[in-house]
Design a protein around this ligand. Sequence first.
Ligand code: TRP
Length: 331
Amino acid sequence: MKRILTGITPSGYPHLGNYIGAIKPSLDLLDEKCESFLFIADLHAVIKVSDPEKLKELSNGIAMAWLASGLDPEKTNFYRQSDIPEITELAWLLSCITEKGLLNRAHAYKAAVDTNNESGKKDSDEGISMGLFSYPLLMASDILTPNATHVPVGKDQQQHLEITRDIAEKFNRKYGDFFNIPEAVIKDEKTVLGTDGRKMSKSYNNIIPLLAEEKELKKSIMKIVTNSQEPGEKKDWRDNTLFSIYSSFTSKDQQEEMQNMFDDGIGWGDAKQKTFEELNKILTPIREKYLELNSNKKHIEEILKSGAEKVREQTLPLVKEAKRLVGISKL
Ligand code: TRP
């Protein structure tokens, strides 16, 4: 049976890019014939979020975004990474068979080193935590602890899956066939653009929020950068940020309709208004569910707690067996 697993790092408030790129695909993939593991990667977030209150709030935000978007905790294993101590336990065992060189080549670490070198720092590792360096190892453990077979991720995570496969194969060669070799399920989705035309990301301050009130949603859409063309002038929808954002959540028919409107010279204000209305149709039920969840945070804690209990029924024996294979068991 397929065992699908994916995680979201709570390093920012949930936005449209998270919904289109991670939340919706993770839910669309689930069916009766697979087991699924969806989790909040809060241990990963400690690398980036230094304010404890903020981390708590952001973890909660991702939990609510997932639930409000239709995740059914009865049908999937939904949990917080930090509630499964077997993940960090296995991560250590994996670190003992992983060559440091494998992690030297990981993108996030390399990018941090490049930044240091470019800014002329004497030590190219300055300011880089062991958490950032060994991030791919923890991710490998996230995947291997429940022995997942399929991992839906964005293209930027493909290298981490290759590292995970390397580590799993190495463990299997050394200690016997134990881990599934997980496959990445890469969606060939287009990158969701932010209001300034770059990739939507909290670090660019260009997001369209997922759970905000209508007024705030509208404000963020009105911020989408356009040009000085007047209403009545034909507009090019190719390479247009507004059209690209509109396309990220609408059907082919709706996109054709908008293309015709661009050809016919729709004003930017009207095009934004239409974008707002269509997006608001999708987000209204999610927002309503979110407000309901937000008024009962205790309920979310209970969902996550019982999710973790269910998952640990599987991860405890698995990690116990991994330890036995390595030579760590009761005398
Ligand atoms: N690193 C992923 C991201 O930033 C989140 C993540 C953590 C993850 N652990 C995972 C995704 C395990 C898939 C499987 O998007």
